[in-house]
Write a new protein. Sequence first.
Length: 390
Amino acid sequence: MPLEDYQNIIHRCFRCGYCKLTYDCSYLGFNCPVYNKYRLETYSPGGMMWLIYASLVKKEIEWTDYLSKILYSCTMCGNCVEQCRFKFSQDLVNILQAAREEAVDRHIVPPPVGRFLTNVYRYGNPYKEPMEKRGNWAQGTKIKQYEKGDEFLYYVGCVGSYDTTSKKAARALGDVLLESGLSFGILGSKENCDGNEVDMLGEKGLFEKLREDNIRTFKDLGVKKIVTLSPHSYNAMKNNYSNEFEVFHYTQVLRDLIKAGKLDVQEFKTKVTYHDSCFLGRYNNEYDAPREILAAIPGVELIEMERNRENAFCCGGGGANFYTDILGGGNDSPSRIRVREAHDTGANILAVACPICMMMLEDAVKTEGLEEQLVVKDISEIVKESLVQS
């Protein structure tokens, strides 16, 4: 909806502060990653609401480049939606998204946001990589192109296709799916951006084009079921695409394959802590599938971080921040705080189920100098390693 449709909601936020915390208001600190870093009310969800209302709605103050930077520093993690005590809580992220649409229409987005959107428009990915290289991560494997009659389309996404770190997860999942005997294929050079981050950044027209192009491709190939590597792709396709397709996150598929005896997991002795992806957890309420996979592997001891499930602390990469880096680094960056939390559990492995989380947290482990003590692994990698030992 356009921003003007939210006028009667925006002014009702009186900045009580719950949106900045965990639901139990625990001693663990501020759960809004942006506020936690800057500790200024301007950077809280309530503060952003006030700026949006005063500038974009009431036109009482001029919208500036600095205000755009504040608006786009939000990772869209959804913690505010989870913690807000009011009936309009579900609209908080929608309001931020609508404000970003207004910023796009007025051409007042920060330069990194503009580059992200331009690159996706021109190249189908934010990295300016050619489409022809989109399936290169699968070279040397037995993973094949999707054919009519395959049960699943394995949709990898931009980050899993191009990012060096995340390619490991893409290959591991492909290998595990092959081991299970599942009928699937990839699009390779025919795959396009899913548009989730484009949507979060407020470029509605580009998102609609990506969605329509992808739906047309899926229909032409006879796709009925889609399994995604990324929760971001899962969110876009499950909630904003056509309901003609069944969309699954890969942890849901692996869980069911293990339960059905299609994957013979052997003992894998290690201590693991799991980081909940915002777009798998808070956006789509899937907290159990990753944990059920870990629980099914003999020898894996799952140690929860104190902030977990709906109270999990964002890695800082959402809302395209993995590329734009508007929230920035430093000792108080969300990813560094999160790996310190993971390290404090005594776990050897920080498990993730998202290529963006994997990229952000692996970089943070290196920055913190914890490489010898904590390894970031995608759950698909853990499953693959438990199969290798068979």
